[in-house]
Every structure is written in structure tokens, then in C-alpha cells.
Design a protein around this ligand. Structure first.
Ligand code: FMN
Length: 187
């Protein structure tokens, strides 16, 4: 028996993305984002509330970084989704995390997060329940501690995912098969 649940943004898993930007003075802000992801080979899409400090920073500095939040930094990642740079000036400093300027874009890389996409803003729209932003990926950097054989290893990432149904975090990392190979049995 299936139940209709109505019009809801229900997919699982949703990512736990850390969007990092600079404000006018170069102060670091980071926010937690579930409604974002890869939408083309070089493009990242973000769905943002107009009032967020991040939205203002993005429009000003035209750049951002996107990091994958991990199990080890769940508390900080969640804090970045609770507090706003609008009214908590020490939002980032309170976590004790460290930021360095990206070599590729005008945005901070948060050193403790294991994988970061460094992006330049290329599209800004208010249509369809916006703002929506697209960023072009200018570089990806990863901590060697999460790499095996030169590639990022999801088993080492301990990446958080967001459960939109109940508002919980999960961690992923169990490899169960090979894409484009498991289905070949049906060829
Ligand atoms: C799990 C989680 C997911 C979130 N996803 C989004 C999102 O996709 N878009 C958005 O605008 N806000 C989202 N938020 C809310 C922002 O992270 C939050 O309002 C934050 O305080 C904004 O920070 P800022 O004002 O410093 O930019 C999310 C919060 C949490 C905890």
C-alpha cells in the first residue's frame, strides 16, 4: 500500500554542503546547504534564501567554495546551518576552524573539510523561487588523508548526508558495487 505525501522536496540522500564566502571586509562566512549540487560538467547549482549573509557575499565577491561535510565536523557543519553571519559576527571563529584563500577564486577554503570545489559565480537568477546561483568549478582540492591511489576514496571521507524526511544526518561510505557494471548481467 502506497501513501501520497503531497508536494515536498523529498529525495534521499541530500548532500551536506559547506558554502564558504568572504564579505566586503574579507570576513569568512560558511553556511550549510542541502539544496545544491553538480548540474553540469563544470557547474554547481545553489538554491539560497535571499536574506542569508552568504547570498550577499556571493553577489559582492562573485565566488564561493563548496566543501563536503564529514562526520568528524558534524557539530561545526550543523552550526553553520543554525547561526547567520548577519547577526553572529564570530560565527566562523567560534568553531576554531581554519580558512585560507583559494588560489583560484576569491573565496576561502576551509582546511578541515576534506574535499572542496572552488567556484566562480557565473549565473544569478531570482526566478522560480530563487535566488538560484550557478558557479563554474575552477579547481577541486582534496586532503591526501581521504585519497587512495591518487583519487578521493569515499570510504575514507565519512561524508555526511541529510535526511530531508526527518531532519537527521547520516554518514555514507559502504561500497556495494561498480557503476555501469552491475547491470551488465541483464545485457
Ligand atoms: C541541514 C541544513 C540544510 C540547509 N540547506 C539550506 C539550503 O539548501 N538553502 C538555504 O538557503 N539555506 C539552507 N539552510 C539554512 C542556512 O544554512 C542557515 O539559514 C544559515 O544560518 C545561513 O547562514 P548565513 O546567513 O551566514 O549565510 C540549511 C540548514 C541546515 C541545518
Amino acid at each position: 500500500m502506497r501513501k501520497d505525501l503531497g508536494v515536498k522536496p523529498y529525495l534521499f540522500p541530500m548532500p551536506v554542503l559547506m558554502i564558504a564566502t568572504y564579505d566586503r571586509e574579507g570576513k569568512v562566512d560558511v553556511m550549510n546547504m542541502a539544496w545544491g549540487g553538480i548540474c553540469a560538467n563544470k557547474l554547481v547549482a545553489l538554491n539560497l534564501d535571499a536574506d542569508h549573509q552568504t547570498t550577499k557575499n556571493l553577489r559582492l565577491r562573485k565566488a564561493f567554495t563548496v566543501s563536503i561535510a564529514d562526520r568528524e565536523h558534524m557539530r561545526e557543519a550543523d552550526w553553520f546551518g543554525i547561526a547567520s553571519g548577519n547577526d553572529t559576527p564570530d560565527k566562523f571563529e567560534r568553531t576554531g576552524m581554519h580558512a585560507v584563500k583559494s588560489k583560484f577564486v576569491d573565496a576561502p577554503v576551509i582546511e578541515e573539510f576534506p574535499v572542496t570545489l572552488e567556484c566562480e559565480l557565473v549565473f544569478d537568477s531570482n526566478e522560480n523561487d530563487g535566488p538560484h546561483f550557478y558557479g563554474e568549478i575552477k579547481n577541486v582540492s582534496a586532503d591526501e588523508r581521504v585519497m587512495t591511489g591518487g583519487r578521493v576514496d569515499p570510504a575514507l571521507l565519512h561524508a555526511l548526508v541529510f535526511d530531508q524526511f526527518r531532519g537527521d544526518y547520516y554518514v555514507v561510505g559502504e561500497r556495494v558495487g561498480k557503476a555501469w557494471r552491475e547491470g551488465k548481467a541483464l545485457e
